[in-house]
Unconditional design. Structure first.
Lengths: 309, 334
């Protein structure tokens, strides 16, 4: 996963600003040694010592397990920091679990909600898990945002989700809200529109048509599928064996074993060229889907980092 | 991790923490046997230090036993918790020397977690300036060792040179002197490695010398050229006699089939079957010859590296043990 890892580069600024907000003296009801320990945990997160931060938070939660319920803000902040650390350690289920436990009143709630959506999308997206993708869609779709940038980010995220689902109607229903006026996601919105076109074009290619084309002109079906090199190679193979067969037929006659052998080889190459062309359409489609899915997931991630900086 | 003997390097500096009561751990970590810090406690804290000297950790652990918990965690092999604890000491303590020790302590914990990059980055926060010489030495040594573990061989050479300039005690320099030898071995700079090794053994007062000679390197280009002009000979030169003979046989058979078809008037068949197969075997043979030469060089170099490094480390280990005793209260390696 290239995108979450790349987030670590800009993480210090994000984290320092965010945690300053979370751990202002007013936001924490704890006092004394607890407060000191929280300062220490904040230090771990600021330093990007993610593994240590996760451990220290777990230790703290264990030590003060009987008191934490009295400090809901602190609990939320701990969830946020643990989630952020887990996200940076690529422990995605842990990150999702933590982000989901953050209360709505917490200042990091919105960020956590968007990241939860993205991480769930990412997990389902790389596994092509349609059911989980749709489940993730439902959560964000029902949310309402007061700020325009968040509403546009919501449309953007949902549009990306529908692209992953290959639901072009759903994509259009969200992409029509793209204004292109937010720097954080304007480029990505344009790219999503291109992806939709590419995916629709890839969808239109027919394995049957490819097979038929290769039956008429060997290799042409593979070229139609988008594999020019393989198409030329198939054409040459069939042509060579056709030449050998023709030579054997004219010189040795139809009943000669040499002609039978050449004819069999020609038949084998001809049939496999037709079959291969039909398969090439499917494989090429899969490759295009996979590549575009990766790009969608990457592009979904970038605006999150910018909006919540 | 490709480096040959990380386990040897580990064992070299891990024995200290396995003893709970012995001086090894305590001395090695810069903490005395009772967990106090008398050695440095008389030294003043840095000017301008803003952290409370009666810190959170110190309040929790009276008697200045700031490393007690870290020691216990290392003994229990709970390295993540030990890393957190060391960072806690670093965070809460105002005294610079203790903070530097805490950085070292965290480095050791991270090293045992296999997080060499993090360990190295952690140690970059340490500034050896104006520290007691044994602590300075440890920081330099640990940096060099971590570069080795991160397979930054050139870095090992550069850091070793720095260590040679900055560490005055010749015995301590010797304690780290094996690292550039190992790095040169990894870089396959055999002559330099041999010379460095001999010089190091001489400094240790060991009469032994390396008897094994580096493997002769096969010329991959020569292997390819041989197969170009005499099919199969390149593979034989690279030590693959069977494959060379097989390649020769296949090329002759393909060529023979082509010639036979020309003779019988089947020119198209001759061109595309005999000629086609021959060119495939011919060019494939050239590629295989080159591949085998490269592969053989790699295998032989690896074997030589392993054998020589094992011999070298085994040879110097007893002598290093003695030298480590010269590190006052901080023998890094046992």
């Amino acid at each position: 996963m290239s995108s979450p890892r790349s987030a670590t580069c800009s993480a210090p600024l994000v984290i320092i600003a965010f945690l300053m907000l979370f751990f202002s003296a007013e936001s924490i009801s704890a006092s004394g040694s607890e407060r000191s320990e929280i300062r220490f945990i904040r230090h771990l997160v600021e330093q990007q010592f993610w593994g240590d931060a996760i451990h220290a938070i777990a230790e703290f939660e264990h030590e003060y397990r009987h008191d934490l319920s009295r400090w809901p803000d602190l609990q939320d902040s701990l969830h946020f920091m643990a989630g952020w650390s887990a996200y940076n350690r690529m422990m995605l289920p842990d990150a999702i679990g933590r982000f989901q436990r953050i209360g709505e009143t917490h200042p990091g709630y919105l960020q956590a909600a968007f990241y939860t959506f993205y991480l769930r999308t990412y997990q389902a997206g790389i596994q092509s898990d349609r059911e989980h993708l749709m489940a993730a869609t439902g959560e964000l779709a029902s949310a309402e945002f007061s700020r325009e940038v968040h509403a546009e980010l919501q449309s953007f995220q949902l549009a990306g989700m529908h692209l992953l689902l290959r639901d072009f109607t759903g994509f259009e229903s969200h992409s029509e809200h793209f204004t292109g006026s937010f720097f954080a996601m304007a480029e990505e919105q344009q790219r999503f529109l291109h992806y939709a076109l590419e995916l629709q074009q890839a969808d239109r290619k027919s394995p049957f048509a490819a097979a038929l084309m290769s039956a008429v002109v060997p290799g042409s079906g593979k070229i139609y599928a988008g594999r020019r090199g393989a198409g030329i190679s198939s054409f040459l193979q069939v042509a060579v064996f056709g030449g050998i067969f023709a030579e054997s037929l004219t010189r040795a006659g139809a009943g000669h074993p040499r002609t039978w052998a050449a004819g069999s080889a020609l038949g084998l190459f001809y049939v496999s060229n037709i079959w291969g062309s039909a398969i090439a359409v499917r494989i090429t489609q899969e490759e295009i889907y996979e590549e575009i899915d990766q790009r969608i997931l990457f592009d979904l991630h970038i605006p999150l980092r910018t909006v919540f900086r | 991790m490709i480096c040959i003997f990380p386990c040897v390097l580990y064992s070299a500096d891990s024995q200290w923490y396995t003893s709970t009561s012995g001086s090894g751990l305590l001395v090695d970590s810069g903490v005395c046997a009772n967990g106090e810090l008398p050695m440095y406690s008389s030294l003043p804290a840095d000017e301008g230090s803003t952290t409370d000297t009666m810190s959170h950790v110190e309040k929790k652990r009276p008697g200045n036993k700031v490393f007690d918990r870290w020691i216990a965690l290392m003994d229990a092999r709970e390295y993540r918790a030990a890393s957190v604890e060391a960072e806690r000491v670093f965070f809460y303590t105002g005294e610079r020397i203790i903070r530097m020790q805490a950085l070292l302590a965290r480095t050791w914990a991270l090293k045992h977690l296999g997080e060499f990059d993090q360990a190295f980055e952690n140690l970059r926060r340490a500034s050896p300036r104006a520290l007691p010489p044994e602590l300075q030495y440890r920081i330099h040594h640990e940096r060099t060792l971590l570069m080795y573990l991160r397979e930054d061989w050139e870095g090992v050479l550069a850091e070793s040179a720095r260590l040679g300039h900055l560490v005055q005690n010749p015995d301590w320099r010797l304690l780290s002197g094996y690292l550039p030898v190992l790095a040169l071995m990894e870089l396959e700079r055999w002559e330099e490695a041999g010379a460095e090794m001999q010089a190091y053994l001489d400094k240790l007062g060991m009469p032994a010398s390396l008897s094994a000679s580096p493997p002769d390197r096969l010329n991959s280009r020569k292997a390819a050229l041989l197969s170009t002009f005499i099919p199969g000979s390149g593979q034989m030169y690279a030590g693959e006699t069977g494959e060379g003979l097989g390649s020769l046989g296949l090329q002759l058979a393909a060529l023979g089939w082509g010639v036979y078809n020309v003779y019988t008037g089947y020119y198209v068949t001759a061109l595309f079957t005999g000629g086609g197969l021959f060119q495939a075997f011919y060019f494939g043979g050239i590629e295989r010859a080159e591949y085998h030469a490269v592969e053989r060089n790699r295998t032989e170099s690896g074997k030589y590296k392993r054998e020589v490094t094992a011999w070298f480390l085994e040879l110097i280990e007893p002598s290093l043990k003695q030298k480590r005793q010269t590190l006052p209260d901080l023998p890094f390696l046992h």
